[in-house]
Design a protein around this ligand. Structure first.
Ligand SMILES: NC(=O)c1ccc[n+]([C@@H]2O[C@H](COP(=O)([O-])OP(=O)(O)OC[C@H]3O[C@@H](n4cnc5c(N)ncnc54)[C@H](O)[C@@H]3O)[C@@H](O)[C@H]2O)c1
Ligand SMILES: C[C@@H](O)[C@H](N)C(=O)O
Length: 343
């Protein structure tokens, strides 16, 4: 089968590998769609993210969907031809965090496209059937692949305990921020203010249903939040930019007794956050890491048309042009690139 492998920063090689056989409990999936995530682009450009270093050729891509080609021994509930989306992390199932149900925090998780684990820019992937989800007829594999970033958004929305009518600031209008906007609206948020530094992304966020937007490159976030909430501060901030200035400001713009959830990962080693403000305002200040138990709900949201993930896709290119697709994905106004695999 055809794969595309990152051999060094900026270099993809197209290779032939043996098609995997599904092990007991696994499905063999013929990949059809893979979204390009910011972390894929980071590995492509730098060959590492923190301590995760690409030392051997690595197949990137972890936002994937396709068609079941074969069913491994002992697997029930799937048959060849079923369209599925794959949850990219398979936890150990035995550690304390897995046993507590917080399997996204498993230290031994096998996560696609995180060295040394390969991802989905390959014609076929063999994957644990417990982490495959059948797509209903009205959900395409193109949309199904985006259950992954939608899951990041659903998990953060749950961490934020968004309640009916809440005012929410979503900081960052990249793919994660855009889908957080969708997820908090689906959860009942009453109004959503989106911030970014790129005007075209904010225009898209508005077209996507944001109540208001603020370009923090030339407007004051604090003033925009004051206007938005009559000086109260927002009930919830979901930080999805990773920008230091944004992370620092979260505790200023949230209301007393409100909630801040950080998804964004910063390039800085340290960011000063006013801990006295967290105490004085009695804030819930939380992190949100990947996702757990989100895929069934992500598929259901798509099936019911409660969220639209395809609107964030800017372009679709074939895996045979993966280098060009990754170069295009780095353009500043691009939100999401989608790669098609196979014919
Ligand atoms: N916690 C997790 O599990 C998880 C999962 C996926 C992504 N992430 C992280 O979440 C963040 C968002 O992911 P993404 O793929 O959407 O990234 P992205 O880089 O595509 O989007 C970030 C957006 O933030 C905007 N931005 C920059 N400075 C800003 C500022 N001061 N205020 C507001 N917006 C600003 C950028 O213009 C961009 O549109 C990244 O830091 C990523 O690493 C975390
Ligand atoms: C969760 C996933 O989208 C993220 N890029 C990660 O590797 O953690």
């Amino acid at each position: 089968m055809q794969t595309v492998e990152l051999t060094e920063p900026g270099v993809f090689e197209h290779r032939e590998r043996d098609r995997p056989d599904p092990e007991p409990g696994e499905l063999l999936v013929r990949t059809t769609h893979v979204g390009i995530c910011g972390s894929d682009v980071h590995y492509y450009e730098h060959g590492r993210i923190g301590d995760y270093v690409v030392e051997d050729p690595l197949i990137l891509g972890h936002e994937s969907a396709g068609e079941v080609a074969a069913v491994g021994e002992g697997v029930t509930g799937f048959e060849p031809g079923d369209e599925v989306t794959l949850e990219p992390g398979v936890p150990c199932g035995e550690c304390a965090r897995c046993r507590a149900g917080e399997y996204n925090l498993c230290p031994d998780v096998e996560f696609m496209a995180t060295p040394p684990d390969h991802g989905a820019f390959a014609e076929y992937v063999a994957w644990d059937a417990d982490f495959a989800y059948r797509l209903p007829e009205n959900v395409s594999t193109r949309a199904g692949a985006l259950c992954e970033p939608l899951s990041v958004a659903i998990h953060a929305t749950r961490r934020a305990d968004v309640e009916l009518g809440d005012s929410v600031l979503v900081s960052g209008a990249g793919p994660i921020g855009m889908l957080v906007g969708e997820a908090v609206r689906a959860a009942g948020a009453g109004s959503v203010l989106v911030s970014d530094v790129v005007g075209t992304k904010l225009e898209r966020a508005e077209a996507y249903g944001a109540t208001a937007t603020v370009n923090v490159a030339d407007e004051s976030l604090a003033e925009a939040v004051d206007d938005f909430t009559d000086g109260e501060g927002v009930d919830v901030v979901i930080e999805a930019s990773g920008a230091a200035a944004s992370i620092e400001s979260t505790v200023d713009v949230v209301r007393r007794g409100g909630t801040v959830v950080c998804i964004g990962l910063s390039a800085e080693d340290e960011i000063p956050v006013e801990t006295n403000e967290i105490v004085d305002k009695e804030l819930d200040f939380k992190g949100s890491f990947r996702f757990r138990n989100t895929y069934d709900d992500a598929v259901s949201l798509l099936e019911r048309g409660a969220v639209d993930v395809e609107r964030i896709i800017d372009f679709e290119m074939p895996m045979s042009d993966l280098t060009a697709a990754f170069e295009r994905a780095t353009e500043p106004d691009v939100v999401k690139g989608m790669v098609t695999v196979g014919e």
